[in-house]
Design a protein around this ligand. Structure first.
Ligand code: ACO
Ligand code: ACO
Length: 156
């Protein structure tokens, strides 16, 4: 069991290596990540000096922010860290005075859809065929082809 008191969250400093191995858990390709990562704020979570989770956010407009990538190292998953990290990001967005936080995931990503709703996000809209257009090859999760992106939002 992970003690949440041992988790530290901080913003990645300029010049530090971008944690691609973590980011690639939530995005299929490095090119895909490069399309947004340089405009993102990158939060990293450390446990006993090891980097075990990441969350990249981008501003959508003056009052709205998107969690564009969130990932927990595989050997640390299902220990409540993703949930803890979502609540930390929501708290920081509130402290920043933002009004809305959004997050998108695949239509068939049942764990993510469950977790985001548990953290307070609600279904907002669907971007049809997002994953069909984004990737040259069909991608499958839980035996279902990824097709649409579901956007969830939380009013802060
Ligand atoms: N279906 C439904 N719920 C599930 C499933 C499942 N197949 N598997 C696990 N769960 C539940 C767990 O029981 C737990 O809920 P509970 O605590 O109420 O029992 C919850 O899902 C998982 O919660 P955490 O342990 O807090 O989550 P974790 O630390 O594993 O982080 C995350 C979640 C970030 C999705 C992690 O699994 C991960 O890195 N996955 C790979 C990358 C990814 O898919 N990232 C999100 C892509 S979308 C985006 O980046 C915007
Ligand atoms: N999360 C994700 N998948 C699950 C879960 C879960 N918690 N529990 C079971 N499953 C999977 C099973 O593994 C199975 O998938 P698989 O065959 O790929 O392994 C699938 O869900 C269930 O498939 P079936 O066995 O064909 O479904 P079933 O005969 O149980 O019928 C139904 C489903 C109609 C929803 C039934 O469970 C039911 O009557 N539930 C109560 C009433 C209800 O909720 N009805 C729908 C309300 S909406 C409406 O009526 C329009």
């Amino acid at each position: 069991m992970i003690n949440q008191k041992d988790l530290k969250i901080r913003i990645l400093k300029p010049g530090e290596n971008i944690p691609y191995s973590l980011l690639l858990l939530a995005d299929e390709t490095r090119e895909g990540i490069n399309a947004y990562i340089h405009d993102s704020t990158i939060f990293v979570v450390e446990h006993q000096d090891e980097m075990i989770a990441v969350c990249a956010t981008v501003m959508k407009d003056e009052e709205g922010m998107e969690i564009i990538n969130i990932a927990v190292r595989e050997d640390y998953q299902n220990n409540g860290i993703g949930y803890w990290l979502l609540l930390e990001i929501i708290k920081k967005a509130r402290e920043q005075g933002l009004s809305e936080l959004i997050i998108g995931t695949a239509d068939c990503a049942e764990k993510q859809l469950y977790l985001y709703q548990k953290a307070g996000f609600r279904f907002s809209r669907v971007i049809k065929d997002f994953y069909i257009r984004k990737y040259p090859m069909p991608i499958f999760e839980n035996g279902i082809q990824l097709k649409d992106m579901v956007i969830l939002s939380i009013t802060l």
